[in-house]
Design a protein around this ligand. Structure first.
Ligand SMILES: [Zn+2]
Length: 203
């Protein structure tokens, strides 16, 4: 498994950066902290800077659950309560770079629906990300965030199925690894579906 990107890759019109769930609860010390999740902030910011500098869109997805969400153990799910809407845990990492008017898409907003993929996440007006990608004429999506083996994986697979070229920014992702190797296996699955791996140093 290796990055297929051999030279600096320049971004241009039709490219979009998707930053998945860089929220306090998914960082070390959070309710569902991903080990070393904080290490992605620098690479994420590098990617964000690259896109902002080139006047290209950056989308931030977030878990945005009601307090009784079905993914929580207390309500029959597998996870401790996390990213409850309007709490500090659900807030984006303070160190993460965001433009003045960020494009934010929320998922898992209804108690009964678990939603790992950001593809159908909704903006404040209820517009799904998939629709916005079409409207903006997006062709390539660069993805980083948390966690590799859940929300990144499912977002990437949905994007690939919808026909987008997808580049996974490996230095801007970390895995939960409930079972050892989940992160590596997830990357292999993404490659098998057509994703390319690169790092934010390749920009
Ligand atoms: Zn969640």
């Amino acid at each position: 498994m290796e990055s297929k990107i051999k030279q600096p890759l320049s971004v241009s019109q039709g490219d979009l950066l998707l930053v998945v769930d860089v929220q306090n609860d998914f960082l070390p010390g959070g309710a569902l902290g991903v080990k070393q999740g904080n290490e992605i902030i620098g690479p994420v910011n590098r990617a964000v800077q690259t896109f902002i500098k080139n006047r290209l869109p950056v989308v931030y997805s977030r878990d945005w659950h009601p307090p009784d969400h079905s993914s929580f153990q207390e309500y029959g799910g597998t996870w401790p309560p996390h990213c409850v809407r309007d709490t500090k845990g659900a807030a984006f990492a303070a160190e993460m770079m965001m433009p003045e008017v960020p494009l934010i898409f929320s998922k898992g907003i209804h108690a009964e629906t678990e939603q790992y993929s950001a593809f159908d996440a909704l903006d404040a007006d209820g517009k799904p990300l998939r629709q916005m990608l079409g409207e903006l004429g997006i062709k390539r999506v660069f993805v980083g965030g948390l966690a590799t083996d859940y929300c990144v994986l499912n977002s990437v697979i949905d994007l690939l199925k919808a026909g987008y070229a997808v580049f996974v920014l490996t230095d801007a992702c970390r895995a939960v690894n409930v079972a050892p190797g989940d992160g590596e296996r997830s990357l292999e699955k993404m490659i098998a579906e057509g994703a390319q791996l690169m790092t934010t140093e390749d920009f």
